[in-house]
Design a protein around this ligand. Sequence first.
Ligand code: PEP
Ligand code: MN
Length: 299
Amino acid sequence: MSTATQIAVDLATVSPVAGTKPPAYPLASRQSRAGASTVQVGSIEFGGPEVVVMAGPCTVESRRQLLEAAQGVCSLGAVVLRGGAFKPRTSPYDFRGLAEEGLRHLAEARTLTGLLVITEVMSEKDVELVANYADILQIGSRSMSAFRLLEEVARTGKPVMLKRGFMATVKEWLLAAEYILAQGNERVILCERGIRSFDSDFTRNTLDLNAVAVAKMETHLPVIVDPSHGTGRADLVAPLAKAAIAVGADGLLIEVHPDPSTALCDGKQSLDLPRFAALMSELRPFIAATGRRLAMPRG
Ligand code: PEP
Ligand code: MN
């Protein structure tokens, strides 16, 4: 059966709750699946009883910077290493990442630490290259509505973490997830990273925790929260990380840099390693209070 035929069959078998309209996103909807779905990546499971912490620098700047960050976050309990090799920057004159060299550093960090690797793919042209290195493909906020890119990443069969566009409604975000699911790739993880709002005096974005609770209720997909981009401030990462756990987030994406003052991108919102250590120990009781546990590295 072709993928398209399979999807048509799947859509036909989605049984809406009596008296309610079928949702616009039938494959993502809770109406299509009784329980929560989990996404398995190596030995780590997203959407299950464990809360997954992903951490690392905004951008891979050098081998040394990345390995220092990777070893640090690994020893403190992160299980996935983040780091951009292809960076979406507002200005074309800003540092836009090391491209394949950055991917090679991520792969080396994975070998040395055992961490899984998540990194962004911005262009359809780079999907194959990035998929050769990454364990999870990240779709950035600015690319959420790049529908051909969504289809291309879906076709790799790799897990995809879909960040919410900073100007996107929750429904648009869920429909973007539907683009990936409709290609037959069920390994979709949602990520709330803050939206643009009217008040930028104190925060870069407004972390929309409503959206996290709504996404958990409306869909069966795992939902991650990124309090680093969501606030734009290192001192707000810990309180919003705790709040994210309280509303049911399945994991966190945290920017950590060995020396945030020298970061080429997003230094203001990046934690140094001592601050990340403090966050991890503060998080444990919050996670336990929700009846969950922190995902642990497995050898
Ligand atoms: C990132 O996480 O590296 C990033 C660029 O974030 P966003 O797409 O949410 O701006
Ligand atoms: Mn960043």
